[in-house]
Design a protein. Sequence first.
Length: 495
Amino acid sequence: MSNTFYWHDYETFGLRGDERRPSQFAGVRTDENLNFIGEGEFLYCRPNRDFLPSPESCLLTGIIPQYCEENGLPENEFARAVFARLSEPDTIGIGYNNLSFDDEVSRFLFWRNFLPPYTREYSAGCSRWDLYPITLAVWALRPEGIEWPLRKDWIPKLEAKRILKDENPDLDGHTFKLECLTAANGISHEKAHDALSDVYGTVALAGLIRKTKPKLWQWAFKHRGKQAVIEELNRGPVVWVDSHIGQTHGYLKCALKIAAMPHDPNRVLLWDLERDPEELFTLRSEDVERRIFTSGDENDPRLPVYTLRVNKCPFVCSHLGVLSGGQAEKFGIDLEAVKRNAEKFTPERMSEVTAMLIAGLEEAHEKEIPEPEQDPDEALYSSGFPSRSDSRMVEKVSGLTGEALAESYHEGRIHFDNPVYDQLLLRDRARNFPETLTDDERTLWLHDAKQRIEGRKDSYVETLDQLAVRTGEQGRPILSALYDWSRGVFRDLGI
């Protein structure tokens, strides 16, 4: 069966940690040729009453919690609606920078609401992709035929329209903001930071890339999966495109896989082939943590070893010829030096280096200090994968009504190996089915919520006061709504 793309985007009430709660979700489905299947759709998510939205995010998007409370779905229903769309068989979930942001919003949304956080990424023929790294690859490797906006021409215009202004915007180089790319290329993108508008803008940008660079598009599509990435890395030196490498270097790095992380098969270590590897060959296992995983200093500099996640659709190409046409020279990459350095990794040396790195990584793992206990809402990664019993319980919980859930829990038919699920379950019931709580459960819930919010009260109000001065009349309606929302939260929790 053919794949379909489900293009999607979130607007959120914050960008970091617990603030990263969805306010709006939008999506549209296309076939592999980017023909639309049905109409675009959007949903609002009703915020929970134990939550304080980021004022900066509300000012940026213009979405206030009261609007979502009135027009949105409860978070558990919202989560199931999103999950259903992304889990339809043979769906490729895709957006613009979704692997770093939107997919994280989805994972934690599903986690909080007793849905499997990862299955929609690999089961029933489903997978994911991201237009952002493809866009960077086109700019770096085959830029002709597309307009690439300069920061100096676009950022001041954008900042002038916004309530929150960057006092010192970086005006050097190109900007890859979706709204700038669409405008520069004559693509209609009516309202930035409106999820459905961003979705249509993303599809249109994808169509432009697919039309102007069909070979690169097809190659990237074919090689997006984890196994394809591993095969490219195993062939030898690769051209790696990654936003963290930096624009002045073309977001490009010629690199070679030297080891896989023993405790995380999705992470591999790469050597920067623009650097002579002789120093690596003298390294001892006890040097690994000091020389690779710290910033180092002048006397003991960090080695040019980088981590790549093979399950995040990275753009890696084992054909160094992709840098032909002057791209290597443009970004200061010496291909002859790259080839010489790659040749130094003889099979014998590579075997020794891999064994040394794995030994050093094992030693570093044994010395790791346990992370402090995280808030249950944010404990997805720290809690580890669920046991089989817990997986069955999570599936059972997700299919019960509020009354059936309370009854099953009180009669002991729901029990978890990992206590974090018990904490999540209390929050889930309090947020979505408060009428089913016993008096003791309600007291426990209020104590938990009060602890999380009380320490933020003064700083939150202070932030609102400061923004009121900075934004003036323009930001007053949104900030006034947030003052009202926060007062309601404080009142409900007895703060």
